[in-house]
Design a protein around this ligand. Structure first.
Ligand code: CA
Length: 231
């Protein structure tokens, strides 16, 4: 058994069984809850590394479960929900979820998301060692000197592009919503300007593509936001 502990929160028994059986096959330690209150209490008592959270729970909304847990914990949270509207995903991500998966989902995709969250966790832990250089695939960012490189080649960025890139890098693996990025880059007083964000992001991605090759480091979630993929 791996020491990576996963809390599965799902009230639909067949779905819950499918997830927990899959986790067991892949040798993950898991615990399960079928209500919001049980999820909050198990999170506090068992301190899991990752929570797979359904939004439609019998006693409370999953969004409120995220908000409650975020008051004291930075545990990784992946939403698995039948709610497929962009507004639902944005609400969950802004409440503090890290990623989402829409039902019906494939087991392979679920496992890929879990592995990505494990890689993200190991990066965050490593960053705690005060290593000021972020490395992801061909990309490397030296935070001390603001130097961005792909292999031996320096990537010249404007100040704003650099801030966008470091925001995504510091949240590698996490889907960041448009409003979250705009708030972090321009401040909360600014009217949400998704068009300008798209322009800056396109120019940043063009420079990265030119330096790092065709392999995309930043992916677009249409209508929602952006995510740097952990390579
Ligand atoms: Ca449900």
């Amino acid at each position: 058994m791996s020491d990576f502990k996963i809390l599965v929160v799902e009230d639909d028994r067949p779905v819950s069984n499918l997830i927990t059986t899959t986790l067991k096959i892949h040798e993950y330690t898991n615990i399960s809850a079928s209500s919001g209150k049980e999820a909050i209490s198990l999170c506090a008592s068992h301190n899991p590394d990752l929570i797979l959270l359904d939004l439609g729970l019998p006693d409370m909304d999953g969004i409120d479960v995220i908000r409650t847990i975020r008051e004291w914990s930075s545990v990784m949270i992946i939403i698995i929900s039948a709610r497929s509207e962009d507004s639902d995903k944005i609400k969950a991500l802004d409440a503090g979820a890290d990623d989402y998966l829409t039902k019906p989902f494939s087991v392979d995709e679920l496992m890929a998301r879990i592995r990505a969250s494990q890689r993200r966790l190991s990066y965050i832990t490593k960053e705690g060692d005060q290593n000021p250089v972020f490395v992801n695939g061909p990309l490397s960012i030296d935070f001390a000197s603001n130097l961005v490189t792909a292999g031996p080649q320096e990537i010249r960025l404007t100040g704003l592009e650099y801030r966008l890139l470091t925001l995504l890098a510091k949240n590698v693996g996490k889907v960041l919503t448009h409003s979250y990025i705009i708030d972090k880059i321009w401040g909360s007083g600014v009217d949400s300007d998704i068009v300008s964000l798209r322009v800056y992001m396109n120019s940043l991605r063009k420079k990265l593509r030119r330096a790092c090759g065709e392999e995309e480091l930043i992916v677009t979630h249409i209508g929602i936001g952006y995510q740097m993929i952990r390579k």
